[in-house]
Write a protein that binds this ligand. Structure first.
Ligand SMILES: [Zn+2]
Length: 89
């Protein structure tokens, strides 16, 4: 189910994920924390912009419809894509 209201971003978790990613990248033994549901998962269950704005693929589907849209609109924040989505509402 897709929902439009996004959870508030915890800057401490965001910072922590970013630092972990800088050091460990795609090391599958490292657990990152989803910014939305706060669950700890490995990097292969996450989407982010180089560790920035990291959320799990479950939340990506729930809030954005797909992990790819989540990366474009939330993690990277491509403006044209966001505007496109707004117009569809
Ligand atoms: Zn999540």
């Amino acid at each position: 189910m897709k929902t439009n209201k996004l959870p508030k971003i915890d800057n401490e978790i965001n910072f922590h994920n970013r630092e972990l990613f800088k050091r460990h990248k795609f090391d599958g033994t490292i657990k990152y924390t989803c910014l939305f549901c706060k669950e700890k998962k490995d990097i292969f269950s996450m989407v982010s912009n180089n560790g920035e704005r990291m959320i799990c693929t479950m939340c990506a589907k729930k809030y954005f419809g797909s992990p790819m849209i989540a990366v474009n609109t939330f993690c990277i924040g491509i403006k044209s894509h966001i505007n496109e989505l707004k117009q569809k509402r």
